[in-house]
Write a protein that binds this ligand. Structure first.
Ligand SMILES: [Fe+2]
Length: 197
């Protein structure tokens, strides 16, 4: 799983600076909650002004949404991903098992956070209740943090406009749990990147 140097060189210098700033935070012995707060501030600065995501990082499958690896830090265990959300695409409710920061670069997305109502003892089931949905526009930043604010979903409500969000997560590679809301069935997924296929 490697980005070509040619692709990396196309990245906005503000993004490259963001990677090194997050690296400084991730390297410190801080609680997950403190790392989340600090990375949230960095992400807020990052999307305060329009951010250009080059074509090499805007890959998406023919159906559904795309995941594009922007930066993987194996030493400090974090990853930065550009998510591409065509109109009306969206994710299932899922978790990441780590702190996460979602910053909107283009378009609008609805981010729904869920509360878990069961005790989590049955790994094949989860009972989730939607706690709140945030309509996130460019410059907005949302966060997730285990164990209570981990499950979330993302949806692009636009009829015509693709949305782009920048996600930073505190570990990689990682599996995630996907929950079918009506039945509560849990399935496991593993991150794969559309720009590295
Ligand atoms: Fe997510």
């Amino acid at each position: 799983m490697n980005l070509s140097a040619a692709a990396s060189n196309q990245l906005d210098p503000r993004l490259v600076r963001y990677f090194s700033d997050v690296r400084e935070v991730a390297a410190q012995s801080l609680s997950e909650a403190t790392k989340l707060r600090l990375v949230r501030e960095l992400a807020t600065q990052l999307v305060r002004e329009p951010l250009v995501i080059p074509r090499a990082f805007r890959c998406a499958p023919a159906r559904g949404y795309g995941r594009n690896l922007l930066h993987l830090d194996r030493d400090q265990h974090f990853v930065v991903i550009a998510m591409i959300w065509p109109p009306h695409s969206g994710s299932a409710a899922h978790d990441h098992g780590t702190w996460g920061v979602v910053a909107v670069a283009e378009g609008e997305v609805d981010v729904t956070n869920f509360e878990r109502e069961d005790d989590g003892r049955d790994p094949s089931r989860a009972r989730l209740r939607a706690a709140c949905t945030l309509r996130a526009t460019p410059g907005a930043v949302a966060t997730v943090l285990p164990p209570h604010e981990d499950f979330h979903s993302v949806f692009n409500p636009s009829d015509s406009r693709t949305a782009v969000t920048i996600h930073t997560y505190g570990r990689e590679p990682f599996d995630f749990q996907r929950v079918e809301l009506a039945s509560g069935a849990v399935t496991l997924g593993r991150l794969a990147y559309d720009n590295l296929r």
